[in-house]
Design a protein around this ligand. Structure first.
Ligand SMILES: [Zn+2]
Length: 151
């Protein structure tokens, strides 16, 4: 854990408002602002992403990133040429070629068809979290530049 102001590495960070911005600061820097949380922030808190109720989760289906290799490998293991494979799946040979080179990502419905035919996994469930009030004020600039700390 690092202090947002001076960059010092410390186990004990405090949540504080400094010049109108919410920051995690070390004990020394905390006196330049108003401490919100008096207890030091535990490192573990950052890992609590499975908290129930809070973030809204949405399951979306995505094509696996290595779909091209998976399709090609399986097609070749079946001893099928691209042309034959295209014919059997009633797709264009050029489409199969583009998919296997990774230049074209199949739609979910096409991926499902190829999954079924090749008996491989091409679609994954992806959990998307919708965080409330995601943008933080600290983004985009260095707070240390804006605040002059008197020593
Ligand atoms: Zn500090």
């Amino acid at each position: 854990m690092q202090c947002d102001l001076c960059g010092a590495k410390t186990e004990n960070l405090f949540r504080a408002i400094v010049e109108g911005t919410e920051l995690n600061v070390c004990k020394d820097c905390a006196k330049y602002g108003k401490i919100i949380e008096k207890k030091p922030i535990k490192v573990e808190e950052k890992r609590q992403f499975t908290k129930p109720a809070e973030p809204e989760k949405e399951i979306i289906q995505v094509i696996v990133p290595d779909f091209a290799q998976r399709i090609k490998k399986k097609r070749e293991s079946l001893g099928l040429k691209q042309k034959e494979f295209a014919k059997k799946t009633s797709e264009k040979e050029s489409l199969i070629h583009n998919i296997e080179t990774g230049s074209f990502e199949p739609s979910i419905s096409l991926a499902k068809k190829l999954e079924k035919f090749l008996k491989i996994k091409l679609i994954e469930d992806y959990e998307e979290e919708h965080k409330k009030g995601s943008k933080t004020k600290t983004e985009g600039f260095t707070v240390g530049d804006l605040i002059k700390i008197k020593k």
